[in-house]
Write a protein that binds this ligand. Structure first.
Ligand code: ZN
Length: 474
């Protein structure tokens, strides 16, 4: 049996107003090519970069949330390489003085994954290869946009754990507003390092799989590599150090290049930017403006009385937790009741429509109003479920039940009339009830239908039992 040894390198596109070293807008998703550029991010001669304070602050905030040490001095270096999407022929990155070092993330179950480092750098542009042309085009909208790169120690022991880790990192980045961390828009990408070994042996030769753009492909690529490497070793072969890509269609890793020694990027300190001092005062200020972290949310929800399962689903999903908090503020009832609706019917509807909560028009206050109507007995749980799809599309439950007179009938005289009528119409069922008390449910159903679902079921059941001389068991 072989044991996998896995490390991750994650790139997050930061959510800032402007790019890392110039005043161009950072987010140009969906815009025309090259509209979001200037002499600095085009790398034109004579232009000078300036450091984006918002980006540094967010990188510090993220590093602290990953339990990293933030050193007193941080510095930018040039990483030299040539590629057509990098207009300067170097990337401004960080080398031996990153923003954060020696952190960790705790996974559910308590396992810790150590973080080696967390640094800031600029993104590259994008090459486009149009089918109509014999040349390639370059879009530099992303060039110079701020990125966080974080690297883990080889602490991860299986593909599922890698996926959980990515989920935690995404939840932290989103909760802090550091990044949308959305792999579908390329705002979170991962490279993985993977080797296998027999338990107790030193680390084997590692293979790198680059540019994985979904959590699922990370998991699949790791599963594939574990099998591939284990088979080679079982057959007495050896693993070659190399860089691979992931073929989504074929669901397999493909060789990109064999490793011919470390690439030499000739790092040297960026002469156009000063070394930055991160004072204790600045750190204190960043700590003060840091939003509540997912772990803290989880603790708070459990303390409110939520089951751990529900607390976990909500706390580690930034959209869900924001919605839950707003809804609860207006509901002020049993938090578990709210969680049941959110994780049950609401999530179920969203899944059936294949949309996210943010794309629905459900208002937190409307869900709260719906639960209040149930709690007060004004509407039945069934009516609530019936009108939920309309709430998901923006309807106000108070208005809906008023307009359609959906209020539960709690007047026992009105219900008694219906019960008497149904008993009189169904002598056969009434006769069966003596032998089989469960047959009473057929009558209950008929009364509910006649009241168009508005009779309070508990009251109907009580009256039927009274009239038919039954023991109240259910
Ligand atoms: Zn620019």
């Amino acid at each position: 049996m072989f044991e996998p040894v896995i490390g991750l390198e994650i790139h997050l596109a930061m959510k800032t107003r402007t790019k890392m070293f110039c005043a161009c807008p950072a987010d140009s998703f969906g815009q025309d090519p090259n509209v979001s550029t200037c002499p600095v991010c085009l790398g034109l001669p004579g232009s000078l970069p300036t450091i984006n304070q918002e980006a540094i602050e967010k990188a510090i905030m993220f590093s602290l949330a990953l339990n990293c040490q933030v050193p007193e001095f941080t510095q930018f270096h040039r990483k030299n390489y040539f590629y057509p999407d990098a207009p300067k022929n170097y990337q401004i990155s960080q080398y031996d003085r990153p923003v954060g070092e020696h952190g960790y993330v705790e996974l559910p179950g308590g396992r810790r994954i150590d973080i080696t480092r967390c640094h800031v750098e600029e993104d590259a542009g994008k090459l486009v290869h149009p089918s109509y042309a014999d040349h390639s085009l370059v879009d530099l909208n992303r060039a110079g946009a701020p990125l966080i790169e974080m690297v883990t120690e080889p602490d991860i022991r299986d593909p599922q754990e890698a996926r959980e880790f990515l989920g935690r990192v995404r939840a932290i980045a989103q909760a802090l507003g550091v990044s949308d961390a959305n792999p579908e828009e390329g705002k979170m990408r991962a490279d993985v390092n993977i080797s296998v070994r027999r338990a107790g042996e030193p680390f084997g030769t590692k293979v790198e799989v680059k540019n994985l753009n979904s959590f699922k492909s990370v998991q699949r690529a790791l599963e594939y590599e574990i099998k591939r490497q284990s088979h080679i070793l079982e057959d007495g072969g050896s693993i070659q150090q190399c860089t691979m890509g992931w073929d989504e269609g074929g669901q397999k890793t493909v060789l990109q290049r064999l490793k011919e020694g470390e690439a030499d990027y000739r790092y040297f300190p960026e002469p156009d930017l000063p070394t930055m001092r991160i004072s204790q005062k600045w750190l204190k200020r960043v700590r003060e403006i840091t939003p509540e972290l997912p772990d803290a949310k989880f603790e708070r929800y459990v303390a409110l009385g939520l089951r751990e399962y529900d607390a976990g689903l909500i706390a580690y999903d930034v959209a869900l937790s924001k919605f839950f908090d707003r809804s609860l503020a207006s509901y002020q009832g049993k938090s578990q009741h709210l969680a049941n609706w959110l994780n049950g019917d609401v999530t179920g509807w969203l899944n059936s429509q294949e949309i996210k909560l943010s794309a629905s028009r459900l208002e937190p206050e409307h869900l709260a109003a719906l639960l209040k109507l149930i709690d007060s007995g004004t509407i039945s749980g069934k009516t609530a479920k019936d009108i939920l799809p309309e709430l998901m599309q923006g309807a106000n439950p108070d208005v809906l039940i008023e307009e359609r007179s959906l209020k539960q009938i709690t007047d026992s005289n009105a219900i008694e009339k219906m019960v008497d009528g149904i008993i009189a119409q169904n002598p056969v069922i009434v006769a069966q009830i003596a032998a089989n008390p469960k047959a009473v449910n057929a009558l209950l159903g008929q009364v509910m239908r006649e009241s168009k679902g508005k009779a309070k079921p508990e009251l109907v059941r009580e009256l039927l039992a009274q009239k038919l001389g039954l023991e109240q068991s259910a």
